[in-house]
Design a binder for this molecule. Structure first.
Ligand SMILES: NC(=O)c1ccc[n+]([C@@H]2O[C@H](COP(=O)([O-])OP(=O)(O)OC[C@H]3O[C@@H](n4cnc5c(N)ncnc54)[C@H](OP(=O)(O)O)[C@@H]3O)[C@@H](O)[C@H]2O)c1
Length: 313
């Protein structure tokens, strides 16, 4: 009962800003010329559907060459068809982004990227583990993007001139970063909704971490608002039924990522999360402040990667 009331309060608080109406209002305050990305090479994860697909199409429209990463060959082919003439600049990459081994193997031979969009994200209500023994949503949302970034840096595929954009979520407003809550080790401890909130909060701390690295890429974190995608359809069917009329479309969800890449605002020392071309506070409620630090998170993830790899041997 208390949990339902808290959820109701949470959704009511963000109903307007995260809806399509909120998007139109705020974007109108920051108009921009058509985005120009010609001469740039992009990598977009989770690219075959939803917001990722819209980011790929927007980047291609702006003249970028795009490497689109996802698992499903048919969905990737549909993306190629949708790209039309721009498909000449589109590279489809089939990779399981919950797998450290597959993702690192791809990263080791990747070309240099001007823009890396960590878009892939899942909310899983059932507890599942990858073949490497990592809870699947934690692997997909946090662990593998962290390892992938390190592997791309080692391969000089991202460098000081690159920009990382992480697609977080308003779900982060419900969580104070707790390293022990990132990954349930036993099925009964898994709460898909709360794990997702932790992962989306972790993306904000990872952004802070990347920005502390000398000679590394710059990083920004954004959230897309509430977007009508397959992900929402499968993980939040009741939410979608109630709010369908005000949900955003993929292009509205992708707009902030494209705008950030076009305008490249300097990361602020205070952090901040971008929504609809405006930088918002990373916290909406005092209770989410004071969680684990960016440094503690990066140590935790390095240890978790080492543990997963040692099991593989
Ligand atoms: N939709 C929203 O309202 C909303 C709100 C806030 C934040 N977000 C965030 O926005 C991002 C995109 O969300 P979405 O709603 O567009 O998701 P979606 O509709 O579920 O699409 C997810 C994409 O990721 C790919 N994917 C999933 N698992 C993968 C894996 N293991 N390896 C490779 N690719 C994988 C899927 O393609 P394949 O099946 O082909 O692999 C698909 O292209 C996520 O980070 C999400 O947290 C969404």
């Amino acid at each position: 009962m208390l949990k339902s009331l808290a959820a109701l309060f949470f959704y009511a608080r963000f109903l307007l800003p995260f809806s399509a109406i909120g998007h139109r209002r705020r974007v109108a305050a920051r108009p921009a010329p058509p985005f120009n990305f010609s001469g740039q090479r992009w990598c977009v994860t989770g690219a075959s559907g939803g917001i990722g697909r819209a980011i790929v199409l927007g980047a291609l429209r702006g003249g970028a060459e795009v490497h689109a990463l996802a698992r499903d060959a048919a969905k990737l082919e549909a993306l190629r068809n949708e790209a039309g003439e721009d498909a000449a600049r589109l590279h489809l990459v089939r990779v399981d982004l919950s797998s450290l081994a597959e993702t690192e193997a791809w990263a080791a031979h990747a070309p240099r990227f001007d823009v890396l969009v960590h878009n892939v994200g899942v909310m899983l209500h059932e507890h599942r583990t990858t073949t490497e023994g990592v809870e699947t949503s934690f692997a997909t949302n946090v662990l593998v993007p962290f390892a992938m970034t390190a592997a791309l840096r080692s391969a000089a595929a991202v460098d000081a001139g690159s920009l990382i954009i992480s697609v977080s979520s308003g779900g982060a407003y419900g969580a104070k970063l707790d390293l022990d809550a990132l990954e349930a080790r036993v099925p009964t401890a898994h709460d898909g909704f709360m794990a997702y909130a932790q992962h989306k909060r972790a993306q904000m701390e990872l952004t802070r971490w990347w920005n502390t690295q000398a000679d590394g890429p710059r990083a920004l974190v954004m959230h897309p608002g509430w977007v009508d995608t397959d992900g929402v359809r499968s993980s939040l069917p009741g939410f979608r039924r109630s709010l369908q009329r005000v949900l955003r479309d993929g292009a509205q969800g992708a707009d902030t990522a494209l705008w950030l890449a076009a305008t490249r605002p300097e990361p602020s020392p205070e952090g901040g999360v971008w929504l609809d071309r405006h930088r918002d506070d990373e916290h909406a409620f005092a209770m989410t402040r004071g969680g684990a630090s960016a440094e503690a998170l990066s140590c935790f993830l390095n240890n978790r990667i080492a543990a997963a790899k040692s099991k593989r041997k």
